[in-house]
Design a protein around this ligand. Structure first.
Ligand SMILES: *Cc1c(COP(=O)(O)O)cnc(C)c1O
Length: 404
């Protein structure tokens, strides 16, 4: 048999379009919340592929679902439906406010569908000036042109003008400012219950409640982007359940496939009618392989054991991080919900989040940043206590080094 091509981290710089700057090692294997690189060095995974691998790596039940479906049917195209997609739709509907589901392959695509739905709904009502979308500063909704435009971080959109119009940004958690821009010409408001990429910033309950009321008053579609907060990340299946504020449309991806690409837009019967036959679609959306995996993932995550376990693990992280911060005061705030935790660096350490995660890698733990001033943790929802302890001990050594 032919030898596989030899690859090193240098190969990335040689062969890949340089949109990423990955770490200087290559991971080759994972099990639970541990991963190993080409040299056999072990790391505790506190990143989970950016809030994706919610059941860790190589979960036996999820792997079995993938393998079983791989031997049956991978893909049909949307001229033919399939069993796994229908079962997953029913699981999502039974567990949420939604009556209908649209499947796609990523978070950006789920948001793209949500925004298109809102625009078309207003147009179908005969109101061609009701096309304005309200979004929030610092938000992240994906990387398509529409979703970078809805996102509130100009660094992701400014190089790609002309951008889709009709999108207004206003400060997050500022209800008065939102009330100033939401009116009868607003077709949608899109918001993350906890801004993830923007720095792990939770919405105030009154803010989301207020947006709900404004959307009701002006007949606008309230879209919750739960791509990062969904699928148990905050300790409830979806964060809206914690807030007690029900959106009209919810987008979910990341942990839905635990690493197998899949996204979904959930909505009501009434709104779903907007996207009639031929109005929207995607080749791979709802394919049997992705939906069989997500069905297995869903069955495991949507249980009291896993969801309550997230709340318990939140406390383990908080206790450990507070202890580190007592010894080396580098965090001004530790915030977030469940296993979406952000540590805001003090003024003295501003801009050093990346450097801290690089030192963490050297010490054998994988952490994330959320902007230059926030260290973010989004581990597996079922990470064992021993791995939390060991990972935090390694992280503490990295913090000690940045402080010395
Ligand atoms: C990651 C993320 C997205 C984009 O998801 P992709 O799968 O990368 O397209 C959208 N919204 C939020 C809140 C996210 O965290």
């Amino acid at each position: 048999m032919e030898q596989p091509i030899a690859v090193t981290r240098q190969s990335f710089d040689d062969w890949m379009v340089p949109v990423y700057a990955p770490a200087d090692f290559i991971l080759v294997r994972g099990e639970g919340s541990q991963v190993w690189d080409q040299q056999g060095k072990s790391y505790i995974d506190f990143a989970g592929g950016i809030a994706v691998n919610a059941l860790g790596h190589a979960h036996p039940v999820v792997t079995a679902a993938l393998v079983e479906q791989a031997g049956k049917l991978w893909h049909l195209g949307n001229g033919y439906t399939n069993e796994p997609v229908l079962r997953l739709a029913k699981q999502l509907i039974d567990a949420t406010f939604a009556d209908k589901v649209f499947f796609c392959n990523s978070g950006a695509e789920a948001n793209e569908a949500a925004l298109k739905l809102a625009r078309k709904r207003a147009l179908d009502q005969g109101n061609s000036s009701k096309n304005q979308i309200v979004a929030f500063n610092n938000a992240f909704h994906g990387r398509t042109l529409f979703t970078v435009s809805a996102g509130g971080q100009p660094k992701y959109s400014k190089d790609f003008a002309p951008l889709p119009g009709g999108i207004t940004h206003t400060p997050f958690n500022d209800l008065a400012a939102a009330a100033d821009v939401i009116n009868d010409n607003t077709c949608a408001v899109i918001v993350e219950p906890i801004q993830g990429e923007g720095g792990v910033l939770p919405a105030d309950p009154a803010f989301l409640q207020g947006l709900r009321e404004l959307c009701d008053r002006h007949d606008a579609v309230l879209i919750f982007d739960e791509v990062q907060t969904g699928m148990g990340r905050t300790g409830d299946l979806y964060a809206y359940m914690q807030y007690g504020v029900v959106p009209d449309v919810l987008t979910t991806a990341k942990a839905l496939g635990c690493g197998f690409p899949i996204g979904a837009m959930l909505t009501t019967d009434e709104l779903a009618k907007t996207l009639g036959v031929g109005t929207h679609g995607t080749t791979y959306g709802g394919n049997p392989l992705a939906t069989a995996v997500a069905g297995a993932v869903f069955s495991i995550i949507n249980t009291p054991e896993v969801l309550d376990g997230v709340k318990q693990r939140h406390q383990w992280f908080l206790d450990g991080l507070n202890k580190i911060n007592q010894q080396y005061p580098i965090f001004s705030e530790i915030r977030g919900g469940g296993l979406l935790i952000g540590c805001q660096l003090t003024k003295d350490y501003a801009g050093k989040a990346k450097q801290i995660t690089q030192l963490a890698n050297e010490e054998g733990v994988i952490a994330l940043i959320a902007g230059p001033d926030v260290v973010r943790f989004t581990p597996s929802l079922i990470i064992p206590e021993q791995d939390v302890k060991e990972g935090l001990a390694r992280f503490a050594r990295a913090v000690a080094r940045i402080c010395s």
